[in-house]
Design a protein around this ligand. Sequence first.
Ligand code: CP
Length: 299
Amino acid sequence: MRHFLNINSLSNSDVIRLVEHSIKLKQKNSNEKSDKTVVNLFFENSTRTYSSFQMAENKLGFQQIIIDPQHSSMSKGESLSDTLKTLKAIGIDVAIVRHTTNSWYENIISESDPEKIPQLVNAGDGSGQHPSQSLLDLVTIYEEFSHFDGLKVRIIGDLSHSRVARSNAEILNKLGVEVSFSGPENWQPKDFKQFGQFVDIDYELDKQDVVMFLRVQHERITQTEHQYFSSRQYHGKYGLTLSRYKKLKDNAIVMHPAPVNRDVEIANELVESSKSRIFEQMRNGVFARMAILKFVLEE
Ligand code: CP
């Protein structure tokens, strides 16, 4: 048994195994029985990750214990570590946690007896990693192209606040994808250079296999950035406009982790266009998360 915290700490063969397992689970689309118990602890808002983990748990036949962190003893000062140990003591096998703090799990794991905490799944940590989103993104790309090596993927937008960008840039690079980035200069993390080049959005747009847009994370940007932000300007400079869409290759796909700010990252009319895989990504999230839950409980 293991935790699932950062997709980039897995070997490429484990990642491909998870991708292929997710696709098999999607093709089978059946419900299973299980005696496992799970808790979903979300300290940040979520629609997709929360509901698709719940759907994955239901399809696997897991028993769910519902705890709202705001109404738990954490509001009285109990630490996340003690909460997780408590949940293990009462019989929880897996805890799915989304937290505002980057790498929230590191101290918990280094300081705890592994037998005394549940298997942990990272459902997004601050601006750190979003490994289950990365897996569903990989599933979506693999379903389309049946390989990763040599593909060209452009990641566009609010790179510095996005855990999806960080998770995906690294894993795609590891899998042999030619990654490039576009977006506002002040949102270009320097360390991303190890994963790919920063280029103008229109540079070789017609050669990309995947264009992946990122949400402008208004909740994480500074007040000054917010003050000077114009949706119309952003859309023209960094968004998927109709003229950019028309330049894409015939078999290129458009991705976005969602929620989408329509007419900001992507023109409203293109969110559900024929090249868009945005809602397919959400559907794939259920099967990717089923594969993750099986992976962490694998003996
Ligand atoms: N993509 C994503 O993580 O969406 P939610 O915040 O709605 O879970």
